[in-house]
Write a protein that binds this ligand. Sequence first.
Ligand code: C5P
Length: 227
Amino acid sequence: LKKITIAIDGFSSTGKSTVAKMLAKELEYVYVDTGAMYRAVTLYAMRKLFIKDGHFDKEGLIRHLFMVSVKFQMNAETGIADVYLNGENVEREIRTLEVSNFVSQIAAIPEVRKLMVQKQHEMGKEKGIVMDGRDIGTVVFPDAELKVFMTASADERARRRYEELKAKGDEVSYEAVLENVQKRDELDTSREDSPLVQAEDAILLDNTHTNIEDQFHILLQLAKDRI
Ligand code: C5P
């Protein structure tokens, strides 16, 4: 059986990672959450105080990028790779609203993107990969055999993210989550380097009214057609 590359891009909280993981499991492919990589760099910037009291020392972060190691390592319990920042599993810390509120600024820095894209190329060179993010089908793997672009209404996306954070015990308001989702989409689509945009040959999936199971079956069929 031929191995392919599957690129899943789209707006924040469209459930990209949920279906991407299901797809990777079914096909026995590697799953890579590229958002987790930008989140890990953001956590580094916060911890090293390059981000403090609303001020961001961008040049300071760029100078220290050589000290940032972002890696994935399989979690035997979940069967999915967790993200590690300088050897520490930060899978949980990167999902807070605080990180979400800064990540798009960090992801707009060309030096950061260059470093992350290098790692992404490395991870995908053998194919047999499902990668989700914002620029996978446009910049990282423009030759991917299957490209999907996911969207849903902002309200629905915020509601899903809010439920997710609440279930984890995070004290957040729906309004704060909605604001974050909208702000990130705005920054991600308007940045100069690798903006969020649907690739010409990507299949658009609006899942405002489609459940996860149905989305999974749609994507699985699209993948099988290409294998
Ligand atoms: O996918 P997730 O919502 O975790 O991504 C967090 C942020 O990381 C996005 O809002 C975006 O700013 C950035 N990102 C990116 N390129 C990717 C993946 C994520 O710029 N390929």
